[in-house]
Design a protein around this ligand. Structure first.
Ligand SMILES: Cc1cc2nc3c(=O)[nH]c(=O)nc-3n(C[C@H](O)[C@H](O)[C@H](O)COP(=O)(O)OP(=O)(O)OC[C@H]3O[C@@H](n4cnc5c(N)ncnc54)[C@H](O)[C@@H]3O)c2cc1C
Length: 438
């Protein structure tokens, strides 16, 4: 084992999403011998891109918030700060075929799907959520907490459909701490909401990472799918990939948690200190539409009613410059959170595209088939944990096996919101503890 003050000489980072890339940057800058192994042919994980008409677009909608300090710090470090631009952003809620903006107290007072008294209670819930302490919220469910503040009727009409949209029938046990942090991240701006995007898209970020990492001597190995993680007879960690076996002084794992539980051998799992391996993940489907016309002025339109096959209409072109999306092109993501075992997750692509577009036309009756320039469909099986009460106690630790294996993954980000910013915070924590554990 390396001395108390030095890091292992060689670190094998598994996975090249924002977690893996940030860990690689930090460790390489500290002078360590870093190799990154990524199973796909792209860097960036859930922030990867596809090409359309000479431009690149994220497979899953992505933007930044002014409160994403640690992420913005990394982007500044990479020389990208000046490339980020900010635009006002707004939220709306679809109910019974009507669209209600919901950004100000006046909007809420006009929100007729709720009886007037319930609008007041929802408003009070929001105001209280901003000032109350998060103490004890990990052990209370979001449903209990919201019903206590907003009342049962407002919960059933307003909050419950949004929780169901995110977690399906597993919403019951989601802790209030999850809701509280999410609500405060999204609503953290006192001068009205703004969101940020980067010139050239998220590809610009991963490309800049790649250049910097290569300059630092990091070996970036794409299409290197990890099939198993183990320790050899001397206790040295190694991985088996589709192309061979590789070992290092230390593994830094950033794979999605369900993947790790699958590829780690029984021997590895027995050595790792983990409160539980049993953390399930929610998946997502994104249907990306390139339209010749805008739909709304809102970045996010919640569509939680069961009549819609998707939970939200995310019009990213309300934030992005034409230079980044093409002249006259409007970009809309229809999004649906769904577990990978749900038959909807594996529904044939053409079927989803057709059904969802038709459902969108019901919401926007003047939307014509000719308005659609092109569309694409993407699915991700592992997006974020399906949180359960007391999740802070189930959260996996940074150090799995002291001096041999560490972890920086989405399952640990809680209660911080699952995001690139949350992953940067987690990566920094893990790198710091890895240094101390070596
Ligand atoms: C629909 C959607 C919208 C989002 N919107 C935003 C947003 O607006 N802003 C924001 O900040 N965040 C957003 N996020 C969240 C953000 O994308 C994630 O929190 C973040 O990307 C997680 O990064 P990660 O590196 O921890 O994991 P991942 O991005 O999942 O990276 C894990 C990496 O491991 C690789 N891998 C998996 N299995 C193997 C294997 N066997 N061998 C080798 N490699 C493997 C994967 O290919 C991947 O590259 C969104 C996510 C989704 C799905």
């Amino acid at each position: 084992m390396a001395s108390a003050t030095s890091l292992p000489r060689s670190v094998l980072i598994l996975g090249a999403g924002i977690s893996g890339l940030t860990c690689a940057l930090r460790l390489a800058e500290q002078g360590h011998d870093v190799t990154v192994m990524e199973g796909s042919d792209q860097l960036g994980g859930l922030g990867t891109f596809f090409e359309h008409d000479g431009r690149t677009f994220e497979k899953f909608y992505h933007c930044m918030l002014p409160s994403d300090g640690p992420l913005l710090g990394v982007l500044e470090h990479l020389g990208l700060k000046e490339e980020i631009y900010w635009r006002p952003s707004s939220f709306a809620y679809a109910h019974a075929g009507r669209i209600y903006p919901l950004n100000t107290p006046v909007d809420l007072l006009r929100f007729s799907p709720l009886p007037f008294l319930d609008r007041i209670r929802v408003g009070i819930t929001g105001a209280w959520g901003r000032v109350c302490s998060d103490k004890g919220l990990d052990d209370v469910t979001t449903s209990q907490w919201l019903q206590g503040l907003s009342g049962k009727r407002a919960f059933n009409t307003f909050w419950k459909p949004m929780l169901e949209a995110k977690f399906g029938d597993r919403y019951h046990d989601v802790p209030a701490l999850w809701f509280w942090t999410r609500f405060n991240r999204e609503k953290g701006e006192s001068k009205g909401e703004v969101k940020g995007y980067i010139r050239g898209g998220y590809k610009r970020i991963t490309e800049t990472f790649a250049t910097r990492l290569k300059d630092l001597g990091v070996s970036l190995r794409l299409n290197e799918k990890i099939e198993s993680i183990d320790l050899d007879a001397n206790g040295t960690p190694f991985v088996q990939t589709t192309r061979g076996q590789f070992q290092a002084d230390e593994l830094l794992i950033t794979l999605p948690w369900p993947t790790l539980t699958k590829v780690a051998t029984v021997g590895f799992k027995e050595r790792a200190s983990v409160p539980t391996w049993d953390i399930d993940f929610q998946g997502v489907i994104n249907h990306v539409l390139f339209l010749k016309r805008p739909l709304t002025k809102h970045y996010w339109l919640a569509t939680p009613e069961p009549t819609h096959p998707f939970d939200g209409v995310v019009e990213t072109s309300t934030l992005t410059d034409e230079e980044d999306r093409g002249q006259g092109r409007h970009v809309v993501y229809l999004t649906k959170y769904v577990h990978r075992t749900d038959p909807r997750f594996t529904q044939p692509e053409e079927e989803i595209k057709q059904t969802w577009f038709k459902a969108l036309q019901k919401l926007f009756p003047d939307l014509k088939s000719e308005d659609l320039e092109a569309d694409y469909l993407f699915r991700a099986p592992f997006v974020e944990p399906i949180y359960t009460r007391g999740f802070s106690r189930k959260r996996p630790p940074e150090v799995l096996i002291p001096g041999l294996a560490s972890l920086a993954t989405t399952a640990q980000v809680y209660p911080v919101v699952t995001s690139w910013n949350g992953s940067v915070i987690q990566a920094d924590k893990t790198v710091e503890l890895l240094k101390n554990a070596s």
